[in-house]
Every structure is written in structure tokens, then in C-alpha cells.
Design a protein around this ligand. Sequence first.
Ligand SMILES: Cc1cc2nc3c(=O)[nH]c(=O)nc-3n(C[C@H](O)[C@H](O)[C@H](O)COP(=O)(O)OP(=O)(O)OC[C@H]3O[C@@H](n4cnc5c(N)ncnc54)[C@H](O)[C@@H]3O)c2cc1C
Length: 470
Amino acid sequence: MVIYYCPASFIMNFLKELEDSLGKNLIIGEEEKVPYRQDASYIKGKDPIAVAIPETIEQISQTVKICQKYSVPIVVRGGGTSLTGSSVPLENFLVISMLKFDKIIEVHPEDRYVVAEAGVRLDTLNDHLLKYGLFYPPDPGSSIAATVGGSISTNAGGLRAVSYGTTKEWVLGLEVVLPNGEVISVGGKVLKRTAGYDLAALLVGSEGTLGIITRAILKVWPIPEARGRILAYYDEIGKVGQAVSSIKAQGITPEIAEFMDRITMDSLERTRGMTFQRDAKYMLIVDVASTKESIKRRLNETAEVLQKFQPLDLMVTTDPNEMAKIYEARKGAYASLLGGRGSSSERVVIGDIVVPASKLPEALREIEAKIGEYGLKVALFGHIADGNIHANIYADVDDEDFMIKVERFQIDLGKIAIKHEGSVSAEHGIGIEKKELLKLEISSQALEIMKGIKKAFDPKNIMNRGKVFD
Ligand SMILES: Cc1cc2nc3c(=O)[nH]c(=O)nc-3n(C[C@H](O)[C@H](O)[C@H](O)COP(=O)(O)OP(=O)(O)OC[C@H]3O[C@@H](n4cnc5c(N)ncnc54)[C@H](O)[C@@H]3O)c2cc1C
């Protein structure tokens, strides 16, 4: 039974049962619920019926059982930094916030894993791992707010994916509350396992549609001995793509390789007081990780490749303060673009395509041509060495005609990705925003299999209903 209209008595009974189970961990006040209506995307959500902030797994299980009984849909929320609307509540949803699940339970340097609860923020996790000389590589730009559970559920990529892969490479095991309220553990603590279907892997990227992750066993890695950074400025986008492809073709795997365009550099100059080479249209940031003995040699080898594409300027640094400043600036690029909005209804809609690195020069030129064709204001940046390009479109979200144009532009970007054997969604997931784009990429047979999996986990369709697919 799907409930779109809720009579008052129904809601009162539902809330009464929740309150009995959650006590003070239930929010029902109109004003207190407001922050849960939105995530970091431009998509407008609805007021949830209530917000549950459980403290124990029993409370989560009980909450889910009550939602089953009343057929009330649930959206789980970590940091709420989704850029596709995957963590916004729709009509008559209950929000379950995981922020009280904030404990790092154990670190095992000898077996290289950490056990953390789902609500732990990624930066908190890495601060904690520092004292063991370890780190957790997935590093989305939102790591200050993004959580273990949210980043697993979106298979977050981030700045270091070119070297370490995305979140799916780092999840060993999960504890999950199923849509019927039962608790299961999948995967475990070992690096190798071939014991039936890999349900932990299936949950990665499932955007809260299959269950609630409460705890994760994550692989961790030793912090590299030495790191260095090259900044190279170019006047043409094709050169940026060629430079990155050539580095990889030479057998060099940068730890990160990011690019940003002039609009992004200008916004960082305005918001962070930074200065960049004045005539450059694009900046490339390449990090190299190595041993203390070999870092200089590795940086020189990489710089030599970048020089072949006639940069307007090129700088090399191993100064940790200088490196931290640029890294934080890149992570803050999306936020600084928001500062350049022309009106209160203007938002920055972010595209998220990926192509194989060798196809970058061609794909980037095609994207630039499309921007010109549509006459949109678009800032480009991205995790370029893994072929991930973010097109940030300034859009008045209240202007329906304009939004249709934005949607068409996004579809055209998706077609460019697919033409070059890439993907319409590199790391932000599908959520609400990219459901049409998903159909461009996935065959109808594959989509039916996905729907069958969803049904097997969640026959009443209470988990994040209406996200990923209808
Ligand atoms: C400024 C900015 C920069 C970003 N940069 C990157 C980037 O570089 N790379 C990248 O990959 N992404 C990036 N993102 C997108 C987003 O931050 C990531 O996807 C992030 O991992 C989401 O984590 P979260 O905790 O905020 O999840 P939420 O937004 O809270 O949730 C995301 C999805 O996961 C589900 N979910 C959350 N917690 C759980 C749980 N415990 N169990 C089951 N489902 C759950 C939600 O229902 C939702 O579907 C960026 C976002 C912003 C705003």
C-alpha cells in the first residue's frame, strides 16, 4: 500500500509509536525539521513527517519496523551533502539521521582496517587515523561533512580516486538494518573472500534504497612518505586533456590530478584571496606521492611531460603549507562558485560525467563546444586524471524554461560520456536528478535486474522511494 495522503489520525498513531521507541531522539517541530528538507543539491524536498536521530541499532530497527507497519517511506541522511537530491525527503517521508552513530570503534594497523559507525565524518576518520600513520583514501570534496555511510551509499570518488580507486575498493564489510528491521552483517575483516554473492559490494552505491548501513569495516593505507605538487597553467582545454593522458601513458600515476577553469579560479580569488596566473584559461594540479629519496625525481619526470604541452607557467612545490592551501581551495571550489550567483534563485547545478583518460582531449573540446552552443554560464573543474569532469551550470531553478535547457544540456553531456565509453554519473550517484540520464546508459534488461534486487530487499518499497529509478 502506498500512502500519499495521510489522515491526521494515521500520522498521530505513527508518531506515537515512534515517540515510544525513540523518546527525545524524535524531532517533530516544524522549525526543527526545516534543515532536513534540502541536501546540497538544488532539488527542493518536502517537509518530512518527522526526523528520527537514533542512538542505538535497536532504535533504528524498531523505527524501520514501525515504518513498515504504516508503509511510511524512509530517507536515511548522513551529512546531507548529496548533489543529486538523493538525501531529500519526498511527500510523507520519515528522515533517519545517522549523526549519533559517530564512533570509531577499532583500528587494526596490522590487518589494515578500521571499524567505524556510519555517521562518522570522513575528515574525522582521517584525523583519527593520522596517529597510526594510516589514512582512508576516498576523499570527496565534501569530506568535512560527508559521512562513512553516505559516502559508501554513493560510492564516493573524490580527489584521490585516480590513484586509489573509489569507495567500493575500500569497503570490506558492513552492518546493515534491512527494510524489515532485521540486522545483518555482510563481508568482514579479510581482504579476500569469495563466499557467494558479495552483498557488501551491492550495498555500495545503493543510495539508501536497500537498507541502512550502521557500521563499516574499511580498508586503510599507509600515508605516503613524501608528496609534491605541480601547478601548470594552460590556454587551451585540449592541452590539459593531452597533458593528463600523456602523464599516464608514461607510466606515472599521479596521486591526484585536478583541473579548474578561469571562472573557478576567479571565484577562488574572490572568496579565498588566492592568486593564479592571469592569462591562463585552465589550471592543472598534479600531486605525486613517493619516497623521500625519489620524490624530486618523480616530480621532475612529471613536470617534463607537462612542459611538452606549452604551459603558460609551471610551478613545483613540496612545501606542506602551500600544498594544503591549494588542496583546500580545490575542495572549496564548488562552494566558492556559489558566491558568484546572480540572484537568490540561481543555483549551481553540477554535472558529473566521466570518460576514459585517453578520450579526455576530445571529450573536453566537445563539452566546451556544447557550452558555447547552449550559451550557458558553466564553470568546469574535475578529477581529471580519472576522466571525471564536473560541469557547474549557473541556473535559475525557478525559471522552468531555463531548467529545461539545463536538462537538455545535461543529457547532451551524458551522450558525450557514453559516446566515449564513459558514464553519466562518475561519483555523485543518480538520486532524483539523474534518473533520465541513467536510462541513457543502462540497458532495459539491466534496469529490470536492478528493480528485481530492490524488490527482493524491500518489497514494500519504503527505502528512499522514488530515487535512482521510479
Ligand atoms: C562541496 C561538495 C563537494 C563534493 N565533492 C565530491 C567529490 O569530490 N566526490 C564525490 O564522490 N562526491 C562529492 N560530493 C557529493 C557528496 O558529498 C558525496 O556523495 C558524499 O559522499 C555524501 O555523503 P553524505 O554523508 O553527505 O551523504 P548524504 O547526502 O547524507 O546521503 C547520500 C545518499 O546516501 C544515503 N545514505 C546516507 N547515509 C546512509 C546510511 N548510513 N545507510 C544507507 N544509506 C545512507 C542517503 O539516503 C542518500 O541516498 C560533493 C558534495 C559537495 C556539497
